[in-house]
Design a protein around this ligand. Structure first.
Ligand code: AMP
Ligand code: MG
Length: 270
């Protein structure tokens, strides 16, 4: 695999796609030390561009993170935030819908959490749960969930048309690595709070989840809102890949600082 994750991990619209071809343990050609040094460089540049995006206050970025349990969604967000100004970042986690969320269509809560102008939004799970867990566990019939891929594409096109760059990342963890990490959650008192007995039910449904992920990624990876399949068995590869992908999209946006007020240029502060 190439070192450039923005190419090698991108799922191209219309191209043949097989989730199985992506190796969760891929290093993308990096050694750990080199990757860490590179990550620092990527973060430094992210910091500059985020600042410009924030100052420009015209457009936004939405990073969608989807994955099986213990793939590292929380760790990825924690790592991203260590390189960004939290004031311009909006993180939203989506769990089982409750309260008023159950009274509306599945996109209602998602749209409300979309990033505002100048912001980077990060979704920890998302509207994709409505074609993933909802499909696998048959919370609604196929006649209902099967229509959702089109809704999602239309919804994301609305966001992109209106100035939000949408980037979607699937953290691809292997079955064995998930087993290891779930066991760690059981064994380590500091991690136990993350473990729910229901996680084992989801794990038992692994092949069905993989099939649902395959279909979701294939049907909703578009030029405007692409998916990336990021190897997630090694945290340091995952962190570098996600940061590099985010940076790639921010670079493409070329956020600009607002023009200074002419009366301010050359002004002497006494
Ligand atoms: P976690 O992200 O591990 O804290 O858990 C959140 C849980 O909420 C996961 O088990 C998700 O599958 C579940 N979840 C998220 N969105 C939905 C949804 N729309 N319908 C049903 N379950 C959901
Ligand atoms: Mg969980």
């Amino acid at each position: 695999m190439s070192k450039d994750p923005t190419r090698s991990l991108l799922v191209r619209q219309g191209a043949p796609f097989s989730l199985k071809k992506y190796d969760p343990a891929d290093t993308l050609g990096w050694e750990k030390e080199g990757a860490k040094a590179e990550l620092e460089k990527v973060k430094a540049r992210l910091d500059v561009l985020q600042q410009r995006l924030f100052a420009e206050e015209r457009r936004s970025v939405l990073l969608v993170l989807q994955a099986m349990d213990a793939a590292g969604k929380d760790g990825t967000i924690r790592n991203m935030l260590s390189g960004l100004n939290p004031a311009g970042v909006r993180v939203t986690g989506f769990g089982v819908p409750g309260g008023p969320e159950t009274q509306h269509d599945y996109l209602w809560r998602v749209h409300a959490a979309a990033p505002g102008k100048g912001e980077i939004g990060i979704f920890n799970r998302s509207h994709y749960e409505d074609v993933l867990v909802v499909r696998v566990k048959e919370f609604v019939p196929k006649s209902v969930w099967s229509k959702r891929y089109d809704h999602i594409n239309a919804f994301e096109r609305l966001l992109t048309d209106e100035g939000t760059t949408v980037v979607k990342v699937f953290l691809n963890v292997s079955n064995e690595k998930q087993r290891e990490r779930l066991q760690e959650r059981v064994d380590d008192p500091e991690k136990r709070w993350k473990f729910r007995a229901g996680d084992l039910d989801d794990r038992a449904l692994w092949p069905k989840f993989q099939a649902a992920y395959h279909d979701a990624i294939k049907r909703t990876s578009t030029a405007a809102a692409p998916w990336y399949v990021v190897p997630a068995d090694r945290n340091w590869v995952r962190n570098l890949a996600v940061a590099t992908i985010l940076l790639h999209h921010l670079e493409a946006m070329q956020p600009k600082l607002p023009d200074p007020d002419p009366s301010v240029v050359g002004c002497v502060v006494e």
